[in-house]
Design a protein around this ligand. Structure first.
Ligand SMILES: CC(C)(COP(=O)(O)OP(=O)(O)OC[C@H]1O[C@@H](n2cnc3c(N)ncnc32)[C@H](O)[C@@H]1OP(=O)(O)O)[C@@H](O)C(=O)NCCC(=O)NCCSC(=O)C[C@H](O)C(=O)O
Ligand SMILES: [Mg+2]
Length: 269
């Protein structure tokens, strides 16, 4: 099985209109026959207002993936509208919002804030640069110079309200050096991961976004240092000549938890 953390099953833009019904049938069969072994399953549906939205939603209600990805989210009402239609579904079913239009990105803070509501299913933002470039006319260029400010706007909104945030796909899947550079950039911008379109992209993405073994070792050392009796009532300690605060302990615990999750998934292959 592919070494990825999640699998997004697309019913939207990668499926031609005349193939939508067949795609739903394939998905129904896949969900009954194929265990994903620790990978999250996400179904990307068509817009609820489109001619395909209702049937996609029925499929989601039947298959109960980990999350439903809603494309081209532009305002809070599209999230709350989806939540209303999922009211009877298990609360474990989450929503991933694709942020990929000028209006959506302009409203990122408001949309993210809706996750504050205890009933909210919103969990994650995913950037969609293909649609954003189409919507704004900003061309694809190495470095994504003029797109970065909008991406950071989405990043900050996500972090302000505790959402995960995933970087956009990279289309030129044979250009490994450019893909690696974009993964590094996405990681340095604070993204949690990257949406991929081809198996050839998995390893480089894991390399960039997965916890490096040295970082995990350092995190474990921080956890061990704060666990010592003499550190129990300290907010700041010294480690190898460096100041380490309790906020670093929180980061270290998160990193180790992430590494454990990936290791468990790999054991299940
Ligand atoms: C990008 C592709 C069109 C390339 O197709 P192709 O050249 O035919 O791929 P390969 O023949 O090299 O495939 C090699 C093997 O890998 C498997 N494969 C290919 N893609 C995937 C995939 N996404 N997930 C799992 N496995 C995949 C093939 O079956 C081959 O396997 P095998 O036969 O065993 O060798 C094509 O890869 C593709 O269609 N990718 C998915 C595109 C997609 O997901 N689009 C939707 C997301 S894009 C998006 O969200 C944009 C966003 O909305 C935005 O606005 O930016
Ligand atoms: Mg898109």
């Amino acid at each position: 099985m592919l070494d990825c953390d999640a699998v997004i099953f697309d019913l939207e833009d990668s499926v031609a209109p005349e193939k939508k019904a067949e795609a739903r049938d394939n998905l129904r069969r896949f969900f009954t026959e194929t265990p994903l072994r620790g990978r999250e399953a996400i179904i990307r549906i068509n817009a609820l207002g489109s001619e395909f939205g209702q049937e996609d939603l029925e499929l989601v209600r039947d298959l109960l993936p980990d999350a439903v990805a809603l494309p081209k989210v532009e305002d809070v009402s599209s999230i709350t509208g989806l939540e209303e239609r999922l009211a009877a579904a298990s609360p474990r079913l989450r929503i991933w919002a694709m942020m990929e239009t000028a209006r959506g990105i302009s409203s990122a803070v408001e949309i993210a804030r809706s996750a504050n509501n205890a009933e909210s299913r919103l969990d994650c933002f995913v950037i969609g640069l293909n649609d954003l470039r189409k919507d704004t006319g900003v061309p694809a260029r190495p470095g994504r110079t003029y797109l970065v400010p909008w991406m950071m706007q989405v990043m900050l909104a996500a972090r302000a309200y505790g959402l995960d945030v995933v970087d956009s796909v990279f289309n030129d899947f044979r250009d490994s050096p450019a893909f690696e550079a974009e993964c590094e950039q996405g990681r340095d911008m604070g993204f949690d991961g990257k949406m991929l379109i081809h198996p050839a992209q998995i390893e480089a993405a894991n390399q960039a976004f997965g916890p490096a073994s040295e970082a995990v070792e350092e995190a474990q050392a921080i956890i061990a240092a704060f666990a010592r009796t003499e550190a129990q009532n300290l907010n700041v300690i010294t480690m190898d000549g460096r100041m380490v605060e309790r906020l670093h302990l929180v980061q270290a615990e998160k990193l180790v938890a992430q590494a454990n999750l990936i290791a468990e998934r790999r054991i299940r292959a």
